[in-house]
Design a protein around this ligand. Structure first.
Ligand code: APR
Length: 233
C-alpha cells in the first residue's frame, strides 16, 4: 500500500515559471483591484475589464512551462499515492505530468456559461469577448472561482487532507479561505513540509512541521528526494 502524500500549492510554485503571484512585490494585486477583476460585482460593473484580465493571464499561463518544483511533484507519483490540491489556475501541475489535481479556484484554460456552471469548455489560450455565448445562449465567463463565490471542491479537498500520511504546503500565503482552512483537516501525527522563501505565519495540528525556507525550484526537488529515500515502501 503506497503512502498518501497530499500537497497544497499556491502561486509561489509557479513564480519561477514566470507567472506572477498575488501578494508579493509586483504581484497581481499590486496592479489590479480584486473587486474589479475577481468578483461578481466587478463582472457586473465592467465585464470587458474582467475578460481582458483573464484573457491576458490565460495567454501567459498557456505559454508557461512547469519548473523543477512541479516536475519533482510529478516524480513522487512513482513511489507514493499523490494528490495535489492547488489554488493555482495555470495548469502547470498537469503540464508537469501530475495525474491527480484538485483545482480549488478553477482553471484559466476553461470558460463556462454565466447561467450554468456545468456548461464548461476548454479554450486553451484563446480569448473570449463580450457577446461570445455558451451553448445555452448565455455569455461565456472565466471558469474561475471569484471572491465571494462558492468553492465547489472544498469538501472533497478537506476529505483528502484527512487521509494524508505526509502533507506538503508549497508557495502559498494561505490568506484566502476556505483554502487556508484545509490545514485544520491534516491529522496531528502527520509530518508536514512547508516550502516557501518567506516565513509563513500559519500553523498546523501536527508538531512535526519542517519549514524549508527556499523557493520551489530550490526546495521541492530536495524534499522530494528525501521523501523518496526515506519513506518509499
Ligand atoms: N517559490 C516558492 N514560494 C514562493 C516563491 C517561489 N519562487 N515566490 C513567492 N513564494 C511564496 C510567497 O512567499 C507567498 O507565501 O508564495 C506565496 C504567494 O502568496 P500569494 O501571492 O498570496 O498567492 P496564493 O497564496 O496562491 O494566493 C491564494 O488568493 O488572490 C487569491 O485566488 C487567488 O489562488 C489565489 C489565492
Amino acid at each position: 500500500m503506497k503512502k498518501k502524500i497530499v500537497i497544497l500549492t499556491g502561486a509561489g510554485i509557479s513564480a519561477e515559471s514566470g507567472l506572477k503571484t498575488f501578494r508579493d512585490m509586483g504581484g497581481l494585486w499590486e496592479n489590479f483591484a480584486i473587486e474589479d477583476v475577481a468578483s461578481p460585482e466587478g463582472w457586473r460593473r465592467n465585464p470587458e475589464l474582467v475578460l481582458d484580465f483573464y484573457n491576458q493571464r490565460r495567454k501567459q499561463a498557456f505559454a508557461a512551462l512547469p519548473n523543477a518544483g512541479h516536475l519533482a511533484l510529478a516524480k513522487l507519483e512513482e513511489f507514493f499515492e499523490v494528490k495535489i490540491i492547488t489554488q493555482n489556475v495555470d495548469g502547470l501541475h498537469e503540464k508537469a505530468g501530475s495525474s491527480f489535481v484538485i483545482h480549488l479556484h478553477g482553471e484559466l484554460s476553461k470558460v463556462r456559461s454565466v447561467h450554468n456552471e456545468a456548461l464548461v469548455k476548454d479554450i486553451g489560450s484563446a480569448f473570449i469577448e463580450l457577446g461570445d455565448l455558451a451553448e445555452d445562449g448565455a455569455q461565456l465567463r472565466p471558469h474561475i472561482v471569484w471572491f465571494g463565490e462558492q468553492v465547489p471542491m472544498i469538501e472533497v479537498a478537506a476529505e483528502i487532507c484527512q487521509e494524508a500520511d505526509i502533507f506538503m504546503v508549497i508557495g502559498t500565503s494561505l490568506q484566502v479561505y476556505p483554502a487556508a482552512g484545509l490545514l485544520s483537516y491534516v491529522p496531528s501525527g502527520v509530518p508536514v513540509y512547508v516550502i516557501d522563501p518567506s516565513t509563513p505565519s500559519y500553523s498546523f495540528n501536527s508538531t512535526d512541521v519542517r519549514f524549508v525556507q527556499k523557493t520551489a525550484v530550490e526546495g521541492v526537488p530536495v524534499v522530494v528526494e528525501e521523501l523518496i529515500n526515506t519513506h518509499k515502501k
